[in-house]
Design a protein around this ligand. Sequence first.
Ligand code: SF4
Length: 476
Amino acid sequence: MIGRPRAVWLWRRWLATVVLAAALIGFGLQATERREDPRPRIHLADPAHQAPCLLDAREGSGCDTGFIAAHGMTEDPTWRGDGYGLLGQSLPAPAPFGLAVDARNDPVLSDAAGAALLARAHAHEPDAYRLELRPGAQLIVVERRDLQGRYRGLYLDNVALESSVRGFAGPIKLGVYLDEQGRIRRLVHLDSRETPSYLRQVEAAGFYAHFSGLPVDRAEHRVDAVSGATLTSRALAAGLTELVAAAEEPLGDYLAAPPRSFAVVARLSRDWIGHALLLLGLFVLAWQRRWPLSGADWRLHGLLAIGVLGLMLNDAFTYITLMQPFFGVTLSAFATLYLVLVLLGAIWDDNTYCQHICPFGQAQRLVARWDRGSRLSRWPLSHRRMRQLRQLLTLVLIVGILAGFERWRGFELFPDLFGFDSGSLWFLLALFLILRVSAWIPMLWCRLLCPTGEVLDTLARLMRPHSVRIKTCNEQ
Ligand code: SF4
């Protein structure tokens, strides 16, 4: 417990709270996946033989564009208003010319890209169908025909596409099979840098099945995002939307109408409200001073945190959540509440999250308390040295992530531990760290390796009078 802070420290805390509120309002509460600025692919044209030409639909333009106005064209809505249009006017050319794009060098439309696409189409659904490439303006798709030559649908993926959609840790490569009517039969995850446990969570929640039967049409469709893997599920939906838009031109040949407004949006189901109340309850229990909790009560509280946030939701707060808004990601309502509670806990209560809420920390704490006999009597690193190493690691990770090393975001064992995938090396490592290493050296991960703990402890220290000493994870 902290003592009554002097006025200056109180002001500091209020200031931090106001900054937090202003940042939240600034970033907004609307949930969306991250998109980078579109990277246009520009094919150079020869401007020497074209010049802008202002067309006047009412009086005639007086310039030759090479186009012939069809009957009724001037009634077209696009010609209304001022009745002007801008087209390229053909200039006399010394010889016939055209624009040529060498598709062999285009990473999206090249022969190599087509061959790889065929291989993926077959690999994920090996059957006796005949596969044929159908190039479009921006993307090649694969047409699937049965042995009688009947059209059986399409396969397309975004592997060659330069995607602007980002999940938790970069772009997600996905493929989609369409049936003869243009409905989604199957969405497949091909490759990404997402934390494996998030991907498993998405799969275990049956997220991919939500897409089955959706028509690739003009409508916007909504699917439930997976709580605890919201960014990954949103990015999958947004990636599919982007893929269909890129394949609009060949798809239009197969569908009744081009899929111009097709979109899939993944939003959290209303379950998040119940989850939010549970999360709020954990923080309120830790913050309230009316009924002081005994040591046994705190252990029960720790078990509750493990049960709710670890086993039930597998939803960790990490320093990455703090960075997401700066990457252009606006957080879901649940993630925003999580972030607000964690930061308020660091500003006003000396890091409530690390002390009482974080299931990964609580699991280490419980094991260290339960298995005191295994504790090493000597450990070469002092608290101070471990703290310095943790600071250095945190700095390197943050700078690396900001510099574009997205894979570094995966430096986090929490989701792997509560993912319970016994075939995963990360799960086994996390389990070993909790069950054995925590007993040998209590809270080793927290004290030496956890960047989230470093960020929150630093914030808590900045808010705390120098005279007040608090035992944090780093000082067990
Ligand atoms: S230091 Fe990291 S793992 Fe430990 S309690 Fe804090 S956030 Fe959790």
